[in-house]
Design a protein around this ligand. Structure first.
Ligand SMILES: [Zn+2]
Ligand SMILES: [Zn+2]
Length: 160
């Protein structure tokens, strides 16, 4: 469980390997690779959390009365490195909520683009295959509704 010591965001090891921009810095005569944080965009060396999630849940329950406030316990630990930056933390939060909003919007859009039944608005519809069109046409003649329909609603049975 790696974290950015500047904004506290979770750092995915895969992100470090494949996408992160890097910068080499000389610290006490030693070359250190720093990675660009995906959320706050600062160059940092990720830190590893000292405990497992259970620990943070329990501590949050103990201190804040709710295990879901574990992020506060994690941030306290990260602040010990002395690199934490409140502004960057807010920036990272904004970046994350912007990403979540965009993601929700995409889902909403995909939902809107789904074909719906024009009579009952159900999305439980099926495309009528060519075979059923041919069968419909040969059994009931050219005026069969099946011959011209494209969709059938599984909810109300309407065809269009
Ligand atoms: Zn960061
Ligand atoms: Zn319908």
């Amino acid at each position: 469980m790696l974290r950015c010591p500047i904004c506290g965001s979770e750092v995915n090891p895969l992100y470090l390997k494949t996408i992160a921009e890097t910068k080499t810095e000389l610290v006490d005569g030693e070359e250190i690779t720093k990675y660009k944080c995906n959320d706050c965009h600062s160059f940092m060396s990720p830190v590893e959390l000292k405990h497992d999630f259970q620990y943070y849940h329990d501590k949050a329950e103990e201190i804040y009365g709710s295990r879901w406030r574990d992020i506060l316990v994690i941030l306290d630990e990260i602040k010990e490195y002395g690199l934490f930056d409140e502004e960057k933390y807010k920036l990272a939060g904004d970046a994350q909520s912007a990403w979540i909003n965009a993601y929700n919007q995409r889902i909403q859009q995909a939902d809107n683009n789904k074909p719906k039944c024009p009579t009952c608005s159900s999305t439980n519809i099926q495309k009528i295959s060519t075979t059923s069109k041919v069968v419909g046409a040969s059994l009931f003649g050219l005026f069969s509704k099946n011959a011209t329909s494209q969709f059938k609603c599984n909810n109300c049975g309407y065809k269009w």
